[in-house]
Design a protein around this ligand. Structure first.
Ligand SMILES: NC(=O)c1ccc[n+]([C@@H]2O[C@H](COP(=O)([O-])OP(=O)(O)OC[C@H]3O[C@@H](n4cnc5c(N)ncnc54)[C@H](O)[C@@H]3O)[C@@H](O)[C@H]2O)c1
Length: 359
């Protein structure tokens, strides 16, 4: 028989094997007793709305770990219902994961990765920046709880306006900068690749690209770093066609808000889970993310501790943001990047003015 913490671990992880921890000759239980228990990654997703629930869906389908879906007490039934509904896909889609819904942050304790999607989405006619007042407050409250219960987690912020929310999560959590990331670039580059594939009539799989800067209108497209099966994009498409794809990617979120009356969620969640997967599998993937920069990309040269979270390519692995990958930019690209960084600085200044405790 198992006792104390070991027994609890058995019941959580291996309820099917009551012999766990027994002596020699008891089969699988005796093998497990000699090993340090290997546990699944624990992924908590805050906000069980469109983006949060879809993140849970992709994470479960990819069998990335156990999932805790959190919402406010008024919507705990929604979080629990979605978790149960998703768990019931397991036998069909063939994934093993404990999926729970809750409004109690104790259930998120010791998460490896926490995704923050709590907050209001855009309505038609709104810019992402219009959400700042209401969402800073939400992300602040949520981050306090997350940091208390999962002090070693890697945080991925999704709530908008993204760059301001990442800053808020950093200030409130006090986490080292490599454990704070924002999701925007993974989505924006996926949108750009989608529009290129539509234009070319080729497989999306063959298109590789990169971009920098803020979310949407502020993105810094990099057609020079875009290729199709290794062939530079400008050998396959005219400049006008490339520009059309860039412009459509920039307003890709707004296009969907106009159609649906709320913001996108399949692709934003997919981009977020690409980041989670790179972290929990220690893949060392290079993904454009909102990541902390000081000297990098000329964000705050020489100003220790006075950096900003901006969209740059980073190596994602088990430590979170493991490295900012530098690239050589042209004069035009540097100018666009400087404009994007300046917008992030303005957003952060607005947050600091509204919430002086976050300065
Ligand atoms: N970064 C991106 O690429 C990207 C893309 C799409 C949407 N977003 C942003 O993600 C956020 C969520 O969008 P959505 O479409 O899922 O909205 P939604 O309204 O469907 O879901 C938001 C959820 O957050 C919950 N919530 C609110 N306050 C909370 C709190 N204090 N604690 C826990 N949960 C709380 C709500 O109850 C709701 O269930 C928005 O801010 C949106 O703008 C970002």
């Amino acid at each position: 028989m198992c006792h104390g913490a070991a027994a609890r671990a058995c019941h959580v992880r291996y309820p099917f094997f009551p012999a766990c921890g027994a002596g020699p000759g008891t089969g699988l239980g005796s093998i497990q007793s000699r090993r340090t228990p290997v546990r699944r990654a624990k992924i908590s997703i805050i906000g069980a709305g469109n983006v949060g629930a879809t993140c849970a869906h992709w994470a479960a389908a990819k069998e990335l770990g156990d999932i805790v879906l959190v919402d406010i007490p008024d919507r705990v039934g929604v979080a629990q219902g979605k978790a149960l509904d998703l768990a019931q896909c397991g036998p069909i889609e063939r994934f093993d994961a404990n999926i729970t819904g809750t409004s109690d942050y104790k259930d998120t304790a010791n998460s490896d990765v926490v995704v923050i999607t709590a907050g209001m989405p855009r309505k038609p006619g709104m810019s992402r920046d219009d959400l700042i007042g209401v969402n800073v407050k939400i992300v602040k409250d949520v981050t306090e709880q997350v940091a208390k219960h999962s002090p070693n987690a890697i945080l991925i912020v999704v709530s908008n306006p993204l760059d301001a929310m990442v800053y808020t999560a950093w200030k409130v959590s006090g986490f080292p900068t490599h454990r704070i990331l924002g999701q925007a670039g993974a989505l924006d580059v996926a949108r750009f690749r989608t529009f290129l594939a539509m234009k070319l009539g080729c497989s999306i799989e063959d298109i590789s690209s990169l971009l920098l800067g803020g979310h949407g209108d502020d993105m810094v497209p990099l057609p020079r770093f875009t290729s199709v099966a290794g062939i530079p994009i400008d050998q396959l498409l005219s400049q006008a066609d490339i520009t059309e794809c860039v412009e459509r990617a920039k307003v890709g979120g707004g296009e969907i808000v106009k159609l649906m009356g709320t913001s996108a969620y399949y692709a934003p969640a997919s981009g977020t889970i690409q980041m989670v997967e790179a972290i929990v599998k220690d893949k060392k993937r290079i993904v454009p993310c909102a990541a902390y920069c000081e000297d990098e990309y000329g964000v705050s040269p020489g100003q220790k501790g006075k950096g900003y979270f901006v969209g740059v390519p980073v190596v994602l692995g088990s430590k979170g943001m493991e490295k900012v990958v530098p690239i050589k930019m042209t004069g035009d690209e540097s100018k666009l990047m400087a404009e994007s960084v300046s917008h992030v600085k303005d957003l952060v200044a607005t947050v600091q003015k509204m919430f002086p405790e976050l300065a």
